[in-house]
Ligand binder design. Structure first.
Ligand code: SF4
Length: 209
C-alpha cells in the first residue's frame, strides 16, 4: 500500500452471481455520488459522509480476498460500485495493488467524474459498466439534476484510447423521463462514438430522492 488512504464504504457483498460482472463476484460499494437520480437505486449512498464507516485498503482487500478461489475458478473477481466508485480512484488502486490485479476487475459507474479519475484506473480495469441514463442533455438533467457534458466527453476519450471493447453501456427506460425512441437515439449516438456492447433495461427501483 503506497498511502494511508481511507474511503467511505457502504457495504462489501460477497458471492454474487450474474449481477455485476463475470463469474462469482464481490461488490464493494462506496458512499457518495455526484448525481441525484430521481429513482436512485441506492439512496443510502447519499448519507452524510461525516456519518458513515471508513475503511483502509487492506481492510477491503482482506474481505474480498476470502473468495479468491471462486474468482479464479469462475473468471470472477471484484466489482466496485456505489454510489460512484470513480470518486475514489486512488483508494481502489491501493486495494488492487495489494494483490487483486489477478482477479477480474469491474467498475460500475455513471462516468460523471473528471477524466483523470478514470485514466488513473484504466491499467487495472477489465470491464466498465456505464449507466448513461439518457444521452439527451435535457432528459439527463431533469432526471439527475446534473449535466451530462462530462459523460459524453469521457465516452469519447475512452474511445480514443481504445477502451470501447471493455465497456458495457447501460441505457435504462426511466418511467416518466424517457421513451423507447429516446433510448434508441442514445444508442445510435453512442454507437457512432464506437461502442457496441449495450444493456437496455428498465429501472425496477422507484425511490424518489
Ligand atoms: S448514479 Fe444515480 S442511481 Fe446511481 S447512486 Fe448516483 S444518484 Fe443513485
Amino acid at each position: 500500500m503506497k498511502r494511508n488512504s481511507l474511503a467511505p464504504i457502504m457495504g462489501i457483498n460477497r458471492l454474487r452471481i450474474g449481477t455485476d460482472g463475470k463469474g462469482i463476484t464481490t461488490l464493494v460499494a462506496f458512499y457518495g455520488c455526484p448525481l441525484k437520480c430521481s429513482y436512485c437505486l441506492n439512496p443510502q449512498c447519499h448519507r452524510a459522509l461525516s456519518d458513515v464507516t471508513y475503511f483502509r485498503p487492506d481492510e477491503v482487500y482482506d474481505v474480498v480476498a476470502k473468495d479468491e478461489l471462486y474468482y479464479l475458478n469462475t473468471g470472477g473477481g471484484v466489482t466496485f460500485g456505489g454510489g460512484e466508485p470513480l470518486l475514489y480512484p486512488h483508494f481502489i488502486g491501493d486495494v488492487l495493488n495489494l494483490g487483486a490485479k489477478k482477479w477480474n476487475v469491474t467498475i460500475e459507474t455513471s462516468l460523471n467524474v473528471p477524466y483523470n479519475n478514470i485514466d488513473y484506473l484504466l491499467p487495472f480495469i477489465n470491464e466498465m459498466i456505464v449507466d448513461i441514463k439518457d444521452i439527451d442533455p435535457l432528459i439527463y438533467e431533469s432526471y439527475t439534476q446534473s449535466s451530462n457534458a462530462v459523460v459524453v466527453e469521457n465516452l469519447k476519450r475512452l474511445a480514443i484510447v481504445g477502451f470501447v471493447n471493455h465497456v458495457v453501456i447501460r441505457i435504462p427506460f426511466i418511467d416518466g423521463y424517457n421513451t423507447l425512441d429516446d433510448i434508441y437515439k442514445s444508442k445510435h449516438f453512442i454507437e457512432d462514438i464506437g461502442y457496441s456492447n449495450f444493456d437496455i433495461f428498465q429501472y425496477k427501483t422507484r425511490v424518489k430522492l
